[in-house]
Write a protein of this length. Structure first.
Length: 637
């Protein structure tokens, strides 16, 4: 079936719900023009995409499609990379599509077309597409639903196709959307009501099917997504040493109370459930996921917004099990958290979800990627005790633990995940509802859109955020009559001012008949502040952290003669201070004696000399001068 409809007139959006409280804006309606995020978008487009492609070519991941198209396969055990490497290629293609939508880059469009042809040639006549299963000498199709990731890979193919469809249009069988429709039709045939009564061990196809249904209008894709969500949680997959929760197959989605098990799997499944609930009007399902996410934020989330505290299974721990030095906080989980919070924001209009997105963007996403766009963290610890060895530039790394950003990991799911989010980041800044424009994230940007009644509105946003708290919004276009501008006041921003008047955390609204040149000015207090943990978090009891605006800070020690941060204690009776050299706190370094049994019958006496001041840096800046030690949570006297 040929696909011939035109591109999304908004310029393309990752999520286009059929209903909800807010309407998202596309890449053609919001453009980042400078500052913190525009620079990172530029690096993503000029360095990260090429870096990812070069490594995927070097390791043979793109070559797998050519081999499959020729009817050949590597000998058993010789195929390079894990069974899910197809998904990394698809995520890279999705990132390219959003970058094309953002910039109109013709060279990138040609590259995407080249990869699309490679992928299309590897597809079987019945729509099945996977380079690790089903070929000569390979395991049969769907013979390992728990660990094979076949449907997971298909899900990322569908999401890449959705991005291509919305940014470049859809033309013919050999287009990426055409490939995706054949693959989705195959999935519906193979796993429909009369097909294989099972689910994939790694959720991902659920949100992808819903979004493809939104693009194509095909009801069967939505029905198949609903069937996968209903099947989940009935222990149909084999139990592992991590239990059924690892696969999100322990409890039906509607009955779960909190996100648990493998963090990325849990978050992707929740995205699919929200998408499904929105499209079907299932408010019970929407409410169930919202409640699970709320409890997860309250009890299972790090200060940075990172999720997942167990290394062995990349999973959530139990309530309040959030050790700083064992934080896994996978970068992919950060991307998935943004995806889920954005869907819930669009569905409900509740501003707290935008706060979550902000926290994750500045303290997980911005932390994960290197300044050059060619290295990254897989895990994001909050306490690095030892300096890591610099990673070789020409060799993939098998270990995921943090300590230094690495050019490539054996499992490099995180880099293309970051790339697709950063390429489409403009879509997460603003929304429209009726006659109101909402600004959720603050960056230098231009916005041009239409209200629901068709009136055109244009805005220019200027800000030094997050270093400073001034956000100036100038009206550049309006066609008359009153309308409203809504600005998010973050939960941490007590004392904010909107045009000189107090603005409580939540949403501050200005409604009037704006004229071109009118300006609204939001002042957010970005002085550094102490933050203290819930006492039930054993891992950081007796510690404090410092935040400045939306940014978490940390103590960092670089070089061979750097200070021992494990000996640092801080004085929380003195507020942290902004100085010309950064944020400073008062504290001391203790000097406990070594030797003998490390426990005693009386508390150790205070030791060490006061150090004034102790400089802190933004957490997202740590390890950028080279390997270092670091800690976010600081013991206090």
């Amino acid at each position: 079936m040929a696909v011939t409809s035109e591109p999304d007139p908004t310029g393309g959006r990752p999520v286009v719900p059929g209903r909800g409280a807010l309407r998202p804006l596309g890449l053609g309606e919001v453009r980042l023009t400078g500052g913190f995020w525009a620079g990172r978008q530029e690096v993503n487009g000029t360095a990260t995409l090429d870096h990812g492609r070069a490594w995927m070519d070097k390791l043979g991941w793109t070559g797998h499609f050519e081999t499959t198209a020729r009817g050949l396969t590597a000998e058993p055990g010789e195929r390079r990379g894990r069974e899910f490497t197809d998904s990394e290629v698809y995520k890279l293609m999705e990132a390219m599509a959003w970058e094309i939508g953002r910039t109109g880059d013709g060279d990138r469009a040609a590259e995407l077309a080249e990869l699309t042809a490679l992928v299309a040639a590897a597809q079987d006549p019945d729509g099945y597409l996977n380079t690790a299963f089903g070929g000569r000498g390979q395991r049969p199709r769907y013979s390992d639903l728990a660990g094979g990731h076949e449907l997971y890979c298909t899900g990322h193919l569908l999401q890449a196709a959705v991005a291509a469809a919305r940014t470049a249009g859809r033309h013919g069988q050999d287009s990426l959307p055409g490939v995706a429709r054949r693959a989705a039709d195959h999935v519906c045939d193979a796993f429909g009501p009369h097909g294989i009564p099972a689910v994939c061990g790694h959720p991902e196809i659920e949100p992808a099917l819903v979004e493809l249904a939104r693009v194509t209008g095909e009801q069967r894709y939505l029905d198949q997504a609903a069937l996968f969500v209903r099947r989940r949680g009935h222990r149909s997959l084999p139990e592992t040493r991590f239990g059924w929760s690892y696969f999100q197959d322990d409890v039906p989605v509607r009955r779960a109370e909190v996100l648990r098990g493998h963090a990325v799997r849990a978050l992707y499944l929740s995205c699919g459930a929200v998408d499904l609930a929105v499209e079907t009007g299932d408010d019970e399902l929407l409410g169930a996921v919202a409640a699970q996410f709320a409890r997860t934020l309250e009890r299972r989330t790090y200060l940075t917004g990172g999720m997942g505290s167990r290394h062995t299974d990349e999973a959530f721990g139990e309530d309040f099990v959030l050790p700083a030095d064992r934080a896994y906080s996978e970068t992919c989980a950060g991307v998935a958290t943004v995806m889920l919070a954005w869907r819930l924001l669009l569905a409900t209009g509740e501003v707290g979800y935008a706060d979550v997105i902000e926290r994750v963007l500045y303290n997980v996403v911005a932390t994960s990627i290197g300044d050059d766009g060619r290295s990254f963290f897989y895990a994001n610890t909050l306490h690095q005790r030892e300096r890591a060895e610099p990673a070789p530039a020409d060799r993939e790394q098998p270990q995921f633990a943090a300590g230094g950003r690495v050019p490539w990991f054996e499992v490099s799911c995180c880099l293309p995940n970051l790339a697709r989010l950063l390429a489409g980041l403009g879509c997460y800044l603003a929304t429209v509802d009726g006659d109101r424009v909402q600004l959720h994230q603050y960056a230098d940007a231009v916005v041009r859109t239409r209200l629901d009644d068709g009136r055109a509105v244009g805005l220019r946003v200027r800000t030094d955020y997050p270093d400073g708290g001034t956000v100036a919004v100038r009206v550049t276009e309006t066609t008359g009559g009153p309308w409203a501008l809504a600005l998010r006041v973050p939960a941490w921003a007590e004392g904010a001012l909107l045009d000189g008047r107090p603005a409580a955390p939540g949403t501050a609204v200005v409604r009037r008949a704006f004229a071109v040149g009118d300006e609204v000015r939001l002042e957010l207090p970005t002085s550094p502040r102490w933050t203290f943990p819930d006492p039930r978090i054993d891992g950081v009891r007796g510690c404090a952290a410092v935040e400045r605006g939306p940014v978490v800070l940390c103590a960092e020690s670089a070089g061979e003669d750097g200070a021992d941060l494990d000996a640092l204690t801080v004085d929380v009776s003195t507020p942290p201070q902004d100085t010309p050299d950064g944020v400073a706190v008062c504290g001391r370094f203790t000097a406990p004696a070594d030797g003998g049994w490390p426990y005693r019958s009386t508390p150790a006496p205070p030791a060490g000399e006061a150090v004034d001041p102790i400089r802190l840096v933004a957490y997202h800046r740590w390890a950028r001068r080279g390997p270092s030690t670091m800690r976010v949570w600081l013991p206090h006297t």
